[in-house]
Design a binder for this molecule. Structure first.
Ligand code: SF4
Length: 247
């Protein structure tokens, strides 16, 4: 069975006086995802449409946008989430500089991650799995229960969903704060005091109003809001201990 949708897509490119919407009607298989429908628009109706995508399976985080006002990864959003024959509105993520159509500049996101010293580099002593072995890596007992921050796709959906990020332009944002928590739990050689000092200010940990929209939007179970609440409980103590150790 095929699924017919009209995509009302946000358009803007440098030089345009204001954004506007174009409407495209496509038919895709009912097993298709919203990204497939967008790609069909590009392939068959408008090759000038700018959107970002890569892996098609929620691994790269590059295709993030809003469907009917809600943050989504369209690569894992089934077209059947929307009634057959309906119109869906496709917008770029909020709170990022717009580049063109559905593409935003993720530079501020990367800068926030760098500010909290986020590192994805593992130390050899952490029990890196042997690619030749089918056995799981041997890790310290406490690591078995840890949710590693590499769950984060760096898709930016949490920043777009955050009601604070739009009004506080220097706010670090939910993903960077969740990354900071991971760096404090598992520093991997990074100075914990530097991480704490990067978030212990009005545009960091203390700016969040606890709306939890970030966790609702996150497609990868990072749960940034819970990380922020945990940081508020134990972060000051971690900062205090790190400061004493540095003396
Ligand atoms: S915390 Fe979740 S929503 Fe935010 S960037 Fe990471 S994966 Fe995306």
């Amino acid at each position: 069975m095929s699924w017919r949708l009209t995509l009302k897509i946000h358009r803007w490119q440098p030089g345009d006086r204001a954004p506007y919407y174009d409407h495209f009607t496509v038919e895709v298989p009912e097993e298709a995802y919203v990204l497939d429908a967008i790609e069909k628009v590009w392939a068959e109706q408008d090759r000038s449409l700018a959107f970002r995508h890569a892996c098609h399976h929620a691994s790269c985080g590059s295709c993030g946008l809003r469907v009917n006002g809600r943050e989504k990864l369209p690569c894992i959003t089934p077209v059947t989430d929307y009634p057959n024959g309906s119109t869906i509105q496709i917008d770029p993520l909020r709170h990022f500089p717009l580049v063109r159509d559905l593409v935003v500049d993720m530079g501020p996101f990367s800068q926030a991650m760098e500010a909290v010293r986020f590192s994805i580099i593992r130390h050899a002593s952490e029990g890196v799995p042997d690619a030749r072995s089918s056995e799981p890596p041997i890790l310290p007992e406490e690591d078995h229960e840890a949710t590693r921050f590499e769950n984060c796709l760096e898709c930016g959906l949490c920043v777009s969903a955050c009601p604070i990020a739009g009004s506080a332009l220097n706010y670090l944002g939910p993903a960077a704060l969740a990354a900071a928590e991971r760096m404090l739990v598992e520093p991997r050689g990074v100075d914990p005091l530097a991480v704490w000092e990067a978030i212990d200010h009005d545009d960091g940990l203390w700016r969040c109003h606890g709306a939890f929209e970030c966790s609702a939007a996150c497609p990868s179970e990072v749960d940034p809001a819970a990380a922020i609440m945990r940081l508020r409980r134990y972060g000051p103590k971690v900062g205090q201990v790190a400061r004493q150790q540095r003396r």
